[in-house]
Design a protein. Structure first.
Length: 201
């Protein structure tokens, strides 16, 4: 485990809507960098089973609150267990996105800011139709609610990417090798930037 303010803590977060290729790119990027790869998994089957009961009895708002709390617990667990060099498939920015869209933030910003922050956030950008098609083989079976959720997530991520210097946006409609090459280049640039800052001190 490492302190959140330790400059040696270099983590990269890969984010994007469902179907953008986060899992594949984060795993391949970690392998190329020689880092560990971690996927934040808040919605395991036991959580989903409990959530189904909560949703049927108490409604969608209660369900969102329950899932938001599960996401908070998973995020805190992975942050506390982080190794020195980690590529995350979803992490703090993805959690912020989910909570913002669902409007159920269980952690205040002071807690989130105290977590080890990503050296780089790689936003894999794909159109909603592409994400849905990759998930199901066709987009025509998606529900209106799911489509709305992905649209809101995409809009949130694009706004964040426009405002944050540590974010890079990659067109993830291209083939995996091309996406990986671009992500790897950005990661190495970010790592060099940290090294330069340390040498200047």
């Amino acid at each position: 485990m490492i302190a959140s303010n330790d400059l040696r803590c270099r983590c990269i977060e890969v984010t994007g809507i469902d179907g953008s290729g986060k899992t594949s790119i984060s795993r391949m990027l970690a392998e190329r960098l020689g880092w560990s790869a971690t996927k934040v998994r808040p919605f395991e089957q036991a959580t989903l089973d409990r959530d189904a009961t909560i949703r049927s009895v108490l409604g969608r708002c209660a369900s969102d609150a329950y899932r938001g709390s599960a996401l908070a617990m998973a995020l805190l667990h992975e942050a506390a267990a982080m190794s020195t060099h980690t590529v995350f498939d979803r992490y703090v920015e993805s959690a912020r996105m989910w909570w913002s869209v669902k409007q159920v933030p269980p952690l205040n910003e002071s807690v989130l800011s105290a977590l080890p922050q990503p050296l780089l956030v790689v936003f894999l950008d794909v159109p909603i139709e592409v994400g849905l098609a990759r998930r199901r083989g066709t987009s025509e079976y998606s529900s209106a609610e799911e489509r709305w959720f992905l649209e809101q997530c995409s809009s949130y991520l694009r706004r964040r990417a426009a405002d944050e210097k540590t974010w890079v946006v990659i067109d993830a409609t291209r083939d995996l090798p091309a996406v990986l090459k671009q992500a790897l280049g950005h990661a190495r640039d970010a790592m060099r930037g940290v090294t330069d800052m340390q040498e200047d001190r």
